[in-house]
Design a protein around this ligand. Structure first.
Ligand code: AHM
Ligand code: MG
Length: 333
C-alpha cells in the first residue's frame, strides 16, 4: 500500500525499482512517465557498467587510455566505457534531449523531443578502478528551459541545483546500490544480481544530525588554503572521531549517509576552487543530502544555490550531517 507521510513515500522493502518508479509516477498527476523512463534507462545502463566493472581484471579494460578528460585528468578505460554506455542509453531512450559528462568538453545535443537534461559523472573515483575499490556513477536531472525542438543552449544546463527534478548515484561496492531522490525522500535499491533487478533496501533514508566520521584527504593539509579547516580537523581529533577516506566520493558520501559523518574537499594549492564539479558531482549529492536531512555548502553558500557559469565548474564541498557541516562553516568564517 502506498501512503504519503509528511510528503514522504512509504513503500515496502523488497519492491523492485521498476515497480517503485511506476508507483511514484501514479502518485503524481499530469505525468507522462518520461522521468520514470529516464530513471529506468539510467538504471539499465548502470547494470551494464556494473557487469563491466566486475569483469575488470579478467579482460583488458583496466588502465588509462593515454589521454586526458575535460578537467585534465588521466582518462581510464572504464571511464570512457561508462561514458559510452550512459550516453548511448540516454540518447536511445528519447526522454533526455542532452547531456553533459565529466568525460566530454561541451554538451551533447540529442536533437530530439525530450524535455530532460542529464549531467553525469559516469565513473567517479577513477583512481580506485585499478585496485578493486568502490567507484560510483553520479547523475543530476534538470528540465530544459528553451523550447523543445530548438537547439540546446548553455543556459539550459546552467541552472542552479534547486532546479533538479531528480538526482542519484550508483555505488559499485561490496554490493551495487542505486540511490536516488525526486524530492520526496531518498531511496536506496540494492542490486540482486541473480534476478538482474534493483530491489528497495533502504526507504526514506535520513542522515544523523551529528556523526563521528570525517572524510578528507588530510595528506593535502599543508596545501589547504583555508586554515579554518585545520582547526576543524583538530576538533575532530579531540573528539576521537574516525577518519575514513576512500577517495571515491560516492563511497565516502554513502557511508556518511548511512552512519552520520561529513565529507570535506576544501580549496588547495592545486585546486584553488576545490576539486569537485558542481553540475555533475556536487549538485546531485547535495540534493540527496538535503532530502536526507543533511547539509551541503561550499563554506559560504548552499551548494544548490550556486549559479553555474561553466560546464566543468569546480567548487569546494562540505557535505554530510547537518551540525558537522555547520561547525565547519563556523571554523572557516
Ligand atoms: P574523479 O571524478 O576524477 O574521480 O575525481 C573525483 C574524486 C572523488 O571521488 C574523490 O573523493 C576525490 O576525487 C579524491 O581526490 P583526491 O585524490 O585529491 O583526494
Ligand atoms: Mg568524479
Amino acid at each position: 500500500m502506498i501512503k504519503m507521510e509528511n510528503s514522504k513515500i512509504a513503500l515496502p522493502i523488497g519492491i523492485t525499482l521498476d515497480r517503485f518508479i511506476k508507483k511514484i509516477e501514479n502518485l503524481h498527476t499530469n505525468t507522462k512517465g518520461e522521468l520514470s523512463q529516464l530513471l529506468r534507462d539510467i538504471a539499465l545502463a548502470s547494470k551494464v557498467v556494473n557487469r563491466e566493472i566486475n569483469k575488470a581484471g579478467l579482460v583488458d579494460i583496466l588502465g588509462n587510455v593515454g589521454q586526458q578528460n575535460s578537467g585534465g585528468e588521466e582518462q581510464q578505460k572504464l571511464d570512457v566505457l561508462a561514458d559510452i554506455r550512459f550516453t548511448r542509453a540516454l540518447s536511445k531512450g528519447g526522454e533526455a534531449c542532452g547531456v553533459i559528462s565529466e568525460e566530454v568538453e561541451g554538451f551533447v545535443d540529442f536533437n530530439n523531443q525530450g524535455k530532460y537534461l542529464v549531467a553525469i559523472d559516469p565513473l567517479d573515483g577513477s583512481s580506485n578502478i585499478d585496485v578493486n575499490v568502490s567507484v560510483g556513477t553520479i547523475f543530476s536531472i534538470l528540465k530544459r528551459i528553451t523550447p523543445i525542438g530548438t537547439p540546446l543552449t548553455e543556459a539550459d544546463f546552467f541552472q542552479n541545483g534547486t532546479h533538479q527534478v531528480a538526482a542519484g548515484y550508483i555505488l559499485y561496492g561490496t554490493s551495487t546500490m542505486f540511490v536516488f531522490t525526486t524530492g520526496d525522500g531518498v531511496f536506496a535499491f540494492t542490486y540482486e544480481s541473480t534476478l538482474g533487478e534493483y530491489v528497495l533496501s533502504h526507504s526514506n533514508m535520513q542522515m544523523k544530525e551529528e556523526g563521528a566520521i570525517y572524510s578528507i584527504n588530510e595528506g593535502l593539509s599543508k596545501s589547504f588554503k583555508d586554515q579554518g579547516i585545520l582547526q576543524y580537523l583538530d576538533y575532530c581529533k579531540a573528539q576521537s572521531y574516525s577518519a575514513r577516506y576512500i577517495g571515491s566520493m560516492v563511497a565516502d558520501f554513502h557511508r556518511n549517509l548511512m552512519k552520520g559523518g561529513v565529507y570535506l574537499y576544501p580549496a588547495t594549492v592545486d585546486y584553488p576552487n576545490g576539486k569537485l564539479r558542481l553540475l555533475y558531482e556536487c549538485n546531485a549529492l547535495a540534493f540527496i543530502a538535503e532530502q536526507a536531512g543533511g547539509k551541503a555548502t561550499n563554506g559560504k553558500e548552499r551548494i544548490l544555490e550556486i549559479e553555474p557559469k561553466s560546464f566543468h565548474q569546480r567548487t569546494t564541498l562540505y557535505i554530510g550531517s547537518k551540525k558537522m557541516v555547520e561547525q565547519i562553516e563556523d571554523c572557516i568564517k
